[in-house]
Design a protein around this ligand. Structure first.
Ligand SMILES: [Zn+2]
Length: 413
């Protein structure tokens, strides 16, 4: 199975300078190639990778600055662009601006890359042109390197290896009849149908305070000033720590969920987006309530997507089946008697059924509904033919699914 391993580089200043240069050249090549593709499309024509790669090779004789970057890295950039244009359409591809884009480039030839462990904490990798680069040995490589991507995140440089680890997805999960439904929580980050509410603090109160102070400072600083840059990078460092904690939380939660359960039912994010009004949100009082609520949701969505990806990743190793179910009404349905009412919520955190009086943590109740919907979909035999977690089998379509969904009392969209 192909998997990614990321390490923080302890590069020398020269190596950082060189990496920055290569990143800059890749950016220029990307932008020129995007422009060229757009111009072709506007004329109703199409330019492919081979043609662009040929032109880039010719351009090397006229433009010396292109020579600083390894050829195969630039070719890879053009290949990535080709893929992106085919997948998303030429006009949807973003221009890489020097301010927004952090440098990143890929060495496609894995056989040119060697990894060595130097001690308990340190190792080194030999990358083309960059030579030996020390890196923080945070985990073993565990397989043969296929390619390596060097990228900068703030002040730190990282290398991410694509590794073939020779593992295969097991035919059966170790605990075949186990299942869990998960819902994104409002109070806690995640709620499971077992009643667990895994959560952690992503930003400490001190960091929140510092962040607010920096925001105020930023508002007073002139655009383009050196001090403004300093403030922005200080803010980014706080944000980065928050993102790292979130990734860590997602990885650990996903590992627990997938190793313990043969079936994981989650809500389908896209459907949730369409039915946003169906669910209450934490609307802050004051100005711009709507915008703020929208922002809160955007952040929730982001963390949710990360968790979903993490579960999908672990599921490749455990054989867990992931079922995505429509999220509509999961928060308004009683998990005990299946009655649906928007008034079934006593508050944001407490669910109380108006029909049977069933009282539960609101997110756990929703998670139970998600689990029931997920089990109904698998019982329909949707997954009997293909158990691939890469597919999205759960979006119910056609009359065959109607009884199953009616069973759990979740009205169709
Ligand atoms: Zn009820």
């Amino acid at each position: 199975m192909l998997t990614a391993r990321r390490y923080r580089l302890n590069r020398t200043p020269e190596q950082a300078d060189y990496a920055e240069t290569v990143g800059g050249i890749c950016r220029a090549v990307w932008n020129t190639a995007v422009e060229q593709r757009r111009a072709y499309r506007q004329r109703g024509a199409w330019i492919n990778y081979n043609e662009q790669a040929g032109q880039r090779a010719d351009a090397k004789t006229d433009h010396d600055w292109l020579k600083a970057a390894p050829s195969h890295v630039l070719q890879q950039t053009l290949m990535d662009l080709d893929r992106a244009c085919r997948d998303h359409g030429t006009f949807k591809i973003r221009w890489r601006s020097s301010r927004r884009w952090s440098p990143s480039f890929r060495f496609p030839a894995g056989q040119q890359i060697t990894m060595e462990r130097l001690g308990r904490k340190w190792g080194r990798a030999k990358l083309p042109k960059l030579g030996w680069v020390r890196l923080r040995w945070s985990r073993p490589l565990g397989g043969a390197v296929r390619s390596a991507t060097v990228s900068r995140d703030g002040r730190d440089w990282f290398v991410s290896f694509l590794v073939e680890d020779r593992a295969t997805t097991p035919e059966r999960h170790a605990a075949p009849n186990s299942a869990v439904g998960i819902d994104r929580g409002v109070a806690a980050a995640v709620a499971t149908s077992d009643g667990d509410l895994p959560d952690r603090e992503f930003r400490s109160s001190g960091e929140a305070k510092r962040y607010r102070r920096l925001q105020k400072k930023l508002a007073r600083q002139g655009t383009g000033s050196a001090n403004r840059k300093k403030t922005i990078s200080a803010m980014r460092r706080i944000k980065r720590r928050e993102i790292n904690r979130r990734s860590d939380f997602c990885a650990k939660t996903a590992h627990q969920l997938a190793t313990r359960n043969a079936l994981v039912a989650i809500e389908d994010l896209h459907i949730r987006n369409m039915t946003r009004t169906a669910r209450g949100t934490v609307a802050e009082p004051g100005r711009n309530v709507k915008q703020k609520a929208g922002l809160n949701r955007a952040i929730l969505d982001k963390g949710w997507h990360k968790l979903q990806l993490a579960v999908e990743n672990v599921a490749r190793y455990t054989g867990t089946t992931i079922v995505k179910v429509p999220a509509a009404y999961t928060s308004q349905t009683c998990s005990a008697c299946h009655s649906v009412s928007p008034n079934n919520r006593e508050s944001q955190a407490v669910f109380r059924c108006l029909t049977c009086g069933h009282t539960e943590h609101a997110d756990v109740n929703a998670a139970k509904n998600i689990l029931a919907a997920g089990q109904a979909v698998t019982a329909c035999g949707d997954l009997a033919t293909s158990r691939s977690v890469k597919q999205e089998p759960a979006r119910p379509q056609g009359p065959a699914h109607q009884p199953a969904l009616a069973l759990v009392g979740i009205p169709r969209l």
